[in-house]
Design a protein around this ligand. Structure first.
Ligand SMILES: Nc1nc2c(ncn2[C@@H]2O[C@H](COP(=O)(O)OP(=O)(O)OP(=O)(O)O)[C@@H](O)[C@H]2O)c(=O)[nH]1
Ligand SMILES: [Mg+2]
Length: 418
């Protein structure tokens, strides 16, 4: 599954305005007739229902929109460049790693839904000498990691530069969550469009500068520079319930019972390598459940598959902890019943800790605790498990995904809490 994609995006510069004069027979000194430059192409991000992943962007380095054409003589306006539209699935966030400094555009940064009007564009004027010297060219500034300018972030500067310069495939290796970055937008509905890189505006031609006091204006405007950004698109699965558990807990088995999804189930850890969704139907209503790869202690430090997959439960309204006792523990005669029950409770504490290490927002989510595989447990153990959770003021539901014992109750409880 491709859920992180880095892109270099460059909007087109605006076309320059033109300095020109009418040349007509018998009129030796015609009036100004330089046309305006055309606007450069913008880059737009659009939510699309038809997409469920960022696979279509795999291997894409970036997009460059075309510049606007310069103004012509006879007051002809230069051709405007087309905008480029990048389609993404609903639930995609766009993060800014770096952008160029577009000094001649005066506007609030990051208010991307807000369309500029011409008055807000501070445009550099250039002058054409009588001899017709070419106008000075704007240099497109280098990409500057704006966030790295702040002192506290100086240490992270290197990570940021690495992320900007890294090949796209190794982006996952960079600890994306810790990277200094700024969230620009989140696409929450199909058809939603946001200008992510504003194209430059066309400069005005000398015709625009004529006036009673200035009948032969020798000036025109340069088009403004298009925005250039390095962004990361991050796709999040949109689900109501997220399953959180250690490998082999039976998360995939459970989702196959509660929904029509048929993920791979295996008696070995990390059977599930990528998150996937299932739709649970209860009383004609649909609820989406996300099965994510198993977490292990230390996942936040990158152990196992790491905790990157937790980003997919950030949007869930409810978390379901799926706990279990390993078969070795169940049939280990040296462990007494209360020790076994403690092991299960301990699992909950460890998972909770991993979520906390990932981020506070996950800890604050409502959750339900489920203990799976009760077909293997004695009545005495089941009672001990209930007791230890009650003692710790936690509610718990015991079920068996394999025999479907109590799974109806579980889904009813989930629905109540969503
Ligand atoms: N006895 C018993 N075994 C179960 C139950 N539920 C799942 N299992 C078994 O536990 C093993 C792991 O199940 P999975 O559903 O693949 O577990 P998972 O949590 O998705 O594991 P990962 O994807 O590796 O994180 C499989 O061998 C299942 O058959 C249950 O209720 N009782
Ligand atoms: Mg699984």
């Amino acid at each position: 599954m491709i859920d992180l994609v880095k892109l270099h995006l460059q909007a087109g510069n605006g076309g320059n305005g033109r300095v020109a004069f009418r040349r007509e027979k018998y009129i030796p000194r015609g009036g100004p007739s330089g046309g305006n430059g055309g606007d450069g192409g913008s880059i737009i991000i659009q939510g699309a229902d038809s997409l469920s992943s960022l696979h279509h962007l795999a291997g894409v380095k970036g997009y460059i929109a075309k510049p606007g054409r310069s103004g012509g003589n006879k007051k002809k306006t230069g051709v405007k460049a087309d905008s480029l539209v990048i389609k993404v699935p609903v639930g995609t966030r766009v993060w800014l790693l770096a952008e160029n400094e577009v000094s001649q555009i005066r506007r609030q940064r990051y208010s991307l839904d807000y369309k500029l009007n011409r008055d807000e564009v501070k445009i550099k004027k250039y002058y054409l000498s009588e001899s017709g010297e070419a106008p000075p060219k704007y240099e497109n500034t280098d990409v500057i990691p704006i966030l790295a300018k702040s002192d506290q972030l100086e240490e992270k500067y290197q990570d940021l530069m690495d992320a900007i310069n890294s090949p796209i495939d190794s982006l996952k290796d960079v600890d994306f969550k810790k990277l200094p970055k700024q969230q620009l937008i989140e696409i929450t509905s199909a058809g939603q469009e946001v200008i992510i890189c504003q194209g430059g505006y066309g400069g005005r031609g000398n015709d625009a500068f004529k006036g009673p006091a200035k009948t032969t204006p020798m000036e025109a405007e340069q088009g403004s520079i298009g925005e250039h950004k390095v962004v990361v698109l991050e796709q999040l699965l949109l689900a109501d319930v997220g399953l959180v558990g250690f490998p082999n807990a039976g998360k995939s088995t459970l989702i196959s019972v509660l929904t029509k999804a048929r993920p791979k189930v295996g008696d070995y850890p990390f059977t599930t390598l990528e998150p996937h969704l299932g739709v649970m139907e209860v009383n004609g209503k649909e609820f989406v459940i996300a099965d994510i790869p198993g977490l292990i202690e230390g996942a936040s430090e990158g152990k196992g598959l790491g905790h990157a997959f937790l980003r997919h439960v950030e949007h869930c309204s409810l978390l379901l902890f799926v706990l279990f006792l390993t078969e070795e523990a169940v049939f280990n005669d040296e462990l007494n019943t209360s020790k076994k029950a403690e092991q299960i409770y301990e699992q909950f504490v460890k998972l909770h800790r991993e979520l906390g290490d990932y981020g506070q927002e996950l800890i604050n989510k409502p959750y339900l605790i489920g203990v799976n595989k009760i077909d293997l447990y004695s009545d005495e153990l089941i009672k001990a498990i209930k007791d230890i959770f009650v003692k710790n003021n936690q509610e718990v539901i015991l079920f068996s995904a394999a025999t479907q014992d109590q799974t109806d109750n579980l889904s009813a409880d989930l629905v109540k809490m969503i």
